[in-house]
Every structure is written in structure tokens, then in C-alpha cells.
Design a protein around this ligand. Structure first.
Ligand code: ZN
Length: 487
């Protein structure tokens, strides 16, 4: 995620800097993306079903995230979401049906999905009607028969209503946000239940088929590859397929009037959708998209997904951009640094994803540092220039608190310090361990963890292994201590 305030701060310094040569980076070995693992393989690696008879439990209503304890649910693991949505901006009504393939991880008499708002029409489990109740964003489902641990289940939910945007602890809005010609659909950190029933926790990644039906003339853009686009009786259905594991908050279905440009970038299809009102302003940054993707591929490792692109909308109520998987969403025309930020999240955030939200610096610190690398690559300023500028700020500047590794409360999740002090942590690490070890750490962090979930202690352990240095005190000072670290 990024607001639009930070680049001006950086460029205020960097723009005046002398152009310096980019660092000589060792070229990473070209490691092809792993073949897509069919959902069945995930079953095969699991323990078999529990012995019968069972003593089924009620699945927990949350997964205990320190910031969002009720986000996600216990007792099952989603493998695939099949969403069929229809939306008409004239009425503001979203009609949805969700087929959710999962595997039970407990014996369950009841379990929850997360869904905010809407009227739920019907719920079935494995084809049998199931009873359900609502409690806040918990959709509590009681299947006709208890579920056995280790066995697959298919949950189907039909729902309808005018989506209500979700307000975050910091006051920003997310979810399904209506625009003048459609909707801007973003989900970090808790917007996904605002448009589809889900296990809304970044630990439960799944693959997706998302089809969206809109009035002819509108375009609906979602994650992954466009499988088909068909018009019938005044409406057009866009069918998208995301073949790689994706956290719920990275799903999108932004729709409206868009100019679409399709191409091939880094060997995968690129789909860029731009609101006509933003087209002229967005053109310079979007022209850099192929170079940004290939540059980060050369630094971090191969691009993680089988599709790339961008969605540039006119969503003035939103005020930030988000790294939706394969198609980052921009609320307005981005500059090149905002585009680089969100594209770098495809590596750090989307492919390599936090386990719990307080570790958000693993996304935002890395994406901000990626902006600094892009500034260096394009000869505008170096990461050390940016570091030196911020290091000169006084001890009471908001750039220092809360500490990047411990935002403390959910309203501080996207604090400036998470971004900037987080990026400074990486530059300080680079200086401490040297370029070869530093870039080896970043590449191995990505290649060893892509498509999964990570924690800050895992990053510290990797940095210590690759550098041969004890970095405990270093990271403690940079990530966890309040106030200005020893710059
Ligand atoms: Zn970000």
C-alpha cells in the first residue's frame, strides 16, 4: 500500500541529487517459477482423515492476529475460491455466489466465513443445504453433517446487496468502494469480506477464479490471467484466473470505464487498465512498467506470477494505492515511484507475505527500499541519499515512531515510520554486511519463501546466516526500540 505523500518527501531531496551509477549487482541465477501445484497435491501432503466417530468442534471465529483477532477462522484451510459476481453501478447492487474448496483441519460441527454486510440467500456444504447465522462479520455455518479433519469440503454461498466500504482503524476506507462509473476494489488489511465470503487471513492463501459481469462498455479487472470476455444481452462477463497462491486482501475486481492495453512483459501477459481521465497523467509512469519489472527481476529473482499489469482508476475517496496481486490498484495516475513501490510488492508482500500484521515492515519497508533502488537505477538518487536525508531529521520526527518492527496498534499499521524507518533498516543492513551479502539475503528471502508466509525473526535469522554476523542487537535497535535509532 502507499499513499501519495511520501514520494514528494523523498524527491524533494533526491531530485536535486547528482545522477550516480547504479550499484553493480550480481545477476541472480535464473530460476524458473515452480510449476503450478494443483490443489490435489495439497491434499496428498496432509494427514489422512481423523478416525470415525468424531467429536466435532466449533471452529474458532478468528485466527488470533494481534491486530485483527477475528480475521480468518479456525478449523479449515481454503484451497480455491470460485467467485461469480454481477454488479450494476446504476443500482449499486452486487450479486455474488462463492464456491469455496477447502480442507478441514479439525473435526467441525460448525465453522465461520468472514462476510461483511449483504443478505445471504443460501449456504450449502458438499451440496447439502446448511443452516447459517450472522454475527458481525462472522457467517456461522452449520453443515448437515459434521466435517472430518483431513477431508475436503465445498462451501457454496449466494449473497446480494449494496456493498458497504469498510473503515479501517486509521480511518481509511477499503473493500468495495463505489466510484462514479463502477467500483475500486481493494482489501488491505480487512476489506475482502466487504465483497466475498472468505477466510480473511494472509496465512490462508488460495487460488482464484473470479468472474465479474458488468453492463456492456464497462471493464472488470481482477487477478491473474483473463480467461474469457463474453457479451450477452447487454452485459459482459470477464473471467479471470489466479493460478498462484494469493492472500484474500490481494484480491481485486475493480471495474469501470477503462482504456485497456495488453502486451507481454517479462514473458507474461500484461493487462493495464486506465480510467480515461487519468490516461495522460499515467502514461509516463506506465511506460516504465516493463523496465521496473525487469529491473526488480534482476535484483530479487524472477517475477513471481504468470500475469502482470496495473489498474489506474479515479477513486478520490480512497487516497492510496494497493499492490493487488498481478494488478496493483492506483486511486489516481501514479508517478514512477508509486508504480515501482506497488510492483515491488509483487515480490515482497504478495509472493512473500507476512504471517501476522505487526510484521508489516516486511512489506512496506521493502517496497520503500525498492523505490530507493529504482531511484538509483534511474540515476536520480541513491538509497544512501535517502537514508542520509531521513537520518538528519530530529528525534521527535514521526519518521521514527512507532518502531518499524512494532507498530503497536492497528491504527499505526501504515505509519510513515513503518515505511521509511523500515527502508532505512535495510540500508543500514546493506552498509553493515556489504553489497554481496545484502543482495544475497534479499534474493534468498524471496526465492526461499515465495508463495508462503514469513516472520521478522526468520528474516533476522537469514541475514545472520548469510552475513556470518550476529545481528541481534542491530535489528533490535532498528526495528523494536522507540525513538531515533543510532543512525
Ligand atoms: Zn506498500
Amino acid at each position: 500500500m502507499r499513499g501519495t505523500r511520501l514520494p514528494a518527501t523523498i524527491l524533494g531531496v533526491g531530485g536535486a541529487m547528482l545522477a550516480l551509477a547504479a550499484p553493480a549487482l550480481a545477476r541472480p541465477r535464473l530460476i524458473p517459477a515452480p510449476p503450478h501445484r494443483p490443489a490435489l497435491h495439497r491434499f496428498l501432503g496432509r494427514p489422512g482423515p481423523s478416525p470415525w466417530p468424531v467429536r466435532p468442534q466449533i471452529g474458532a471465529p478468528g485466527l488470533g492476529d494481534p491486530f485483527f483477532p477475528l480475521a480468518g477462522n479456525g478449523g479449515y484451510d481454503v484451497l480455491h475460491y470460485g467467485l461469480r459476481l454481477a454488479y450494476d453501478p446504476a443500482t449499486g447492487v452486487l450479486d455474488g455466489s462463492a464456491d469455496i474448496a477447502a480442507v478441514a483441519t479439525s473435526d467441525l460441527s460448525r465453522f465461520d466465513l468472514d462476510l461483511s454486510g449483504f443478505t445471504v440467500g443460501a449456504v450449502s456444504v458438499d451440496g447439502r443445504p446448511a443452516s447459517f447465522t450472522r454475527d458481525g462479520q462472522e457467517l456461522q455455518i452449520t453443515p448437515a453433517r459434521p466435517l472430518r479433519r483431513g477431508l475436503p469440503l465445498l462451501v457454496s454461498v449466494s449473497y446480494s446487496g449494496a456493498p458497504t466500504p469498510i473503515t479501517d482503524p486509521d480511518g481509511s476506507i477499503e473493500g468495495w468502494v463505489p466510484t462514479t462509473d463502477g467500483a475500486f476494489v481493494v482489501g488491505e488489511p480487512q476489506g475482502a469480506p466487504g465483497w466475498f465470503p472468505c477466510n480473511d487471513n494472509p496465512r490462508d492463501k488460495a487460488t482464484y477464479d473470479i468472474s465479474v459481469t458488468v453492463p456492456d462498455g464497462l471493464t472488470a479487472v481482477s487477478n491473474g490471467v483473463l480467461r474469457s470476455q463474453r457479451s450477452s444481452r447487454g452485459r459482459t462477463t470477464f473471467a479471470w484466473h489466479e493460478a498462484f497462491p494469493m492472500a484474500t486482501y490481494l484480491a481485486t475486481a475493480t471495474l469501470g470505464h477503462f482504456e485497456v492495453a495488453q502486451a507481454t512483459v517479462a514473458g507474461v501477459p500484461s493487462y493495464v487498465a486506465v480510467d480515461p481521465s487519468q490516461a495522460a497523467d499515467a502514461a509516463p509512469a506506465l511506460a516504465e512498467l516493463p523496465d521496473i519489472v525487469s529491473y526488480f527481476s534482476s535484483v530479487y529473482g524472477p517475477y513471481p506470477f504468470d500475469a502482470v499489469g496495473a489498474i489506474v482508476d479515479d477513486a478520490p475517496d480512497v487516497g492510496y494505492a494497493l499492490e493487488s496481486q498481478t494488478k496493483p490498484n492506483f486511486d489516481r495516475a501514479p508517478d514512477e515511484f508509486t508504480l515501482a513501490h506497488e510492483l515491488s510488492h509483487q515480490w515482497f508482500g504478495d509472493a512473500v507475505t507476512l504471517t501476522t500484521w505487526p510484521d508489516i515492515w516486511l512489506h512496506e519497508g521493502f517496497a520503500t527500499y525498492s523505490e530507493w533502488l529504482w531511484g538509483d537505477h534511474t540515476g536520480q538518487f541513491t538509497p544512501q541519499d535517502a537514508y542520509d536525508y531521513y537520518a538528519s531529521l530530529p528525534a521527535d520526527d514521526p519518521v521514527w515512531d512507532p518502531p518499524a518492527g512494532n507498530p503497536g496498534t492497528p491504527d499505526a499499521l501504515f505509519s510513515d515510520s513503518v515505511y521509511i524507518r523500515g527502508a532505512m533498516t535495510l540500508q543500514a543492513l546493506r552498509v553493515k554486511v556489504g553489497d554481496p551479502a545484502f543482495f544475497r539475503i534479499l534474493r534468498r528471502w524471496y526465492l526461499g519463501n515465495r508463495y508462503g508466509n514469513v516472520t521478522t525473526p526468520q528474516f533476522i535469522a537469514l541475514a545472520q546466516r548469510e552475513s556470518g554476523q550476529n545481528l541481534g542487537a542491530f535489528f533490535n535497535a532498528w526495528l523494536y526500540q522507540e525513538g531515533k535509532p543510532p543512525v
